[in-house]
Structures are given as C-alpha cells and as structure tokens.
Design a protein around this ligand. Sequence first.
Ligand code: C2E
Ligand code: MG
Ligand code: MG
Ligand code: MG
Length: 284
Amino acid sequence: RAKAAGGNRFERADPEADARAITRHGLTTALPAALDRGEFFIEYQPLVHLDDGSVHGAEALVRWCHPQHGVLGPDRFIPLAEHTGLIVPLGRWVLQEAARQARFWNRNHADGGPLRINVNLSPTQLHHPNLVADTVDVLERSGLDPGALCLEVTESALIGADEDLLKPLRQLAEMGVDIALDDFGTGYSNLANLRRLPVSVLKLDRSFTQSMQQHPVDPVDLKIVEGIVSLAHSLELTVTVEGVETGAQAEQLRELGCDTAQGWYYARPGAPDRIHSLVLADAV
Ligand code: C2E
Ligand code: MG
Ligand code: MG
Ligand code: MG
C-alpha cells in the first residue's frame, strides 16, 4: 500500500486489487446459491427512546455466513446483490423474516405498545414494480400491523425522485407503513424537498453523532443539528440518530430534541432473542 501511494501511480500489477476483484467475482457468483442454502441471517439492533431509554423497535441488518469467508457484513455483498438484481429476492427474504420476527415479539408481549421493525430498502427495490404488492403480501402472511413496519430508504436514493418513484412509497405510507430517510445529511440534503416526500422519520447520519463527541462540541454543529431537528419536527417527522456510542452523545442529542437513537452505547446488532430480553427487562 505504501509503495502504491509513493511509487509509480501507473504501476499495473496490484496483487491486492486483483485479489479483491477475484473475491468480488466469487461472492457475486455465489450469491444466488447462498440465498437458496439459507446462508443469510439477520441481526437486530434496538432503537430506543432518548428520553427514558426504553426500546422502541429494532433495525434488521442482514449478514452472510459464508462457508469460506465467515460472517460478511452487508457492505461486502449488498452492492453486489444490487448490481446483479439478487437484491430483490434477498430483500424480500429480509422483509419476510424481519416481519415474522417482529410479529413474534409483539405476540409475546404487546404491553408497552408494539415494537417497531425497521427494514432497509435499496434503490433497486425502490424501483421494483412489485414493491407494494410484495410488502402487502409480507404483512398479510406475517400478520404484522403495517404501523409496526418502517422502511428505510437513503436520502440519495430519493434525490430527484419523480412522482412515479414516490407513488409506491405514498401508497405504503397511506397503509400506515412508516418511511424513514436513512443516512440523512450525507447527500445533498435538500431540506425544502422533504415536504414533498412521503417520509415520517428522519435518520440523522452517524457523522452528526460523531461531531457530538468533540470537547467542547463545535457550536456550529450544535446549531446545525438543532436546526434540522426543529425543521423535522415542524414537518411532523420523528428524528432518529444513528451511531450513538457514548452516554455523552446520547445526552447531547436528547437535549437537542432528537426522539430515538440507535448505537453501540445501547446495544450492538445481535440475535433476535436479545431484543426480547431487553424489552422484558424494560417491562419490570
Ligand atoms: P444503515 O442502514 O445506516 O445501518 C446502520 C449501520 O451502522 C449498521 O451497519 C450498524 O451495524 C452500524 N452501527 C450501528 N450502531 C453503530 C455505532 O454505534 N457505531 C458504529 N460505528 N456503527 C454502528 P451494518 O450492519 O454493517 O450495515 C451497513 C449498511 O448496509 C446499512 O446501513 C444499510 O444501508 C445496509 N443494509 C443492512 N442490511 C440491509 C438489508 O437487509 N437490505 C439493504 N438493502 N441494505 C441493508
Ligand atoms: Mg438503515
Ligand atoms: Mg442508517
Ligand atoms: Mg448509515
């Protein structure tokens, strides 16, 4: 790497890049069979209310238990699945599995109000003509209340979105499904554009949370988050913050008016029964 940086930029032989390309190719071709063989699994990360730390729901995060490479995170294979179109059946599987799981949690303890389940959608899924029909099918089969489902789409996937793209999201929103704008603040955040989108949740990107870790926190950063939160609230959006790693960040973001949070400070993504025990612990 050091050699590559300091040496001849036009050096062609790059064994590391070759190895990465080979792995990418291997992973891409292995994806369809992996889905058939059930090599994917979901970890759940709790979403908590910032005011009292109670569990509000969980985000479903897919992983691949690869027979040779071990457990791979979504950043390693979602782009490949997105590229080949396998993201459609994979995404459908994630939605079905996460909905089933959420229904199971809620069947067993609905005391504190139903737990919400957040599922990520990639741009290809968003453009797929069966998005609404597939989601309706999953809700019917799992018995999950539409109001307990939140679909996360990234801000960048909605940039320049026309009515054709927004229509399915509007239909889902009308059914009671929440749409969240994920990684908000990383793209060309067009605040005025927010009004037009059928979203009910804003997920502030981890970079904002990280800026709350400075000592002292940059007053400009504080103003920016404060401004986003107040705009979001005036549009009746809920504000979730990602990547909360310390109590100080949680406290700062709570003071700034954020509603819910997610991060290692509360819990890392984990097995579904962990969510169960966290909620039960809450209830006592
Ligand atoms: P995301 O939706 O923004 O998910 C949050 C990511 O932040 C997750 O990474 C999570 O493990 C990580 N994270 C949570 N708390 C903390 C923290 O306190 N500190 C730090 N440093 N990181 C934290 P993960 O699981 O690797 O997922 C990466 C991305 O992959 C997700 O970003 C999402 O865009 C995508 N993804 C995950 N599952 C799916 C899926 O089922 N379908 C699609 N289309 N995309 C998915
Ligand atoms: Mg997400
Ligand atoms: Mg996110
Ligand atoms: Mg993110």
